[in-house]
Design a binder for this molecule. Sequence first.
Ligand SMILES: O=C(O)CCC(=O)C(=O)O
Length: 228
Amino acid sequence: MGKIEPFTVSNELLDDSKKLRERAEQDGYLFFRGLIDTESIINLRRDFLEICHRHGWAQGGDVLMEGIRIGGPFMEGDAGYWPVLDEFQSLESFHTFAHHPSILEMCDKLFGETTLVHPRNIGRIMFPENTKYTTPAHQDYIHIRGTENTYTAWIPLGACPQHLGGLTVLVGSHRFGIFPVQPAFGAGGLGIDTEPLESDGLYWASGDFEIGDALFFHSHTVHKALPN
Ligand SMILES: O=C(O)CCC(=O)C(=O)O
């Protein structure tokens, strides 16, 4: 993987539907700084970390909000993983968060109509020192189907500098249809060989996510996680 370029920040387009759409059509993604208010992120972070603490995965008390793991790495397939994920996925605050007014306002402008909030919200739990299982390069359309004009929002519940394994997108990769997949380690279990696309000049973009930053990308945009 070559050098990762910084995300283009699109905050200045938030009041202009046409320009938002043009940038999304050109790059396949939109990245915003501080789109979500800090309190909303902190509240959901607390809900998630309390679950992790209750299951013995994270320290509690004064350092709960720092998200310091105990043991692990734990991941999908391990005994004890599903009860934690089930609790994440059952949190009302988690699903309510997907309807955050700042998310909906941006999406309504992007789509030029009232957004349908897809119920497929995923609380990704990624332990450090487990890089073999870093989410591989893939397109979400393979997993979601339905309309191609679906966007994923990837929002870390706290600051996520690149070395903690943020998300990276292959800029412009949404313009080439659906790529063949092969079995791969990591979330989703299917990966794309991006070598030929990179040889053709496509490049990866990412950045240091700060609290409240949000990344949106088209269902055909190739993306993957960075090693934590
Ligand atoms: O956060 C991650 O590891 C990647 C998530 C992702 O790409 C996905 O669920 O489609």
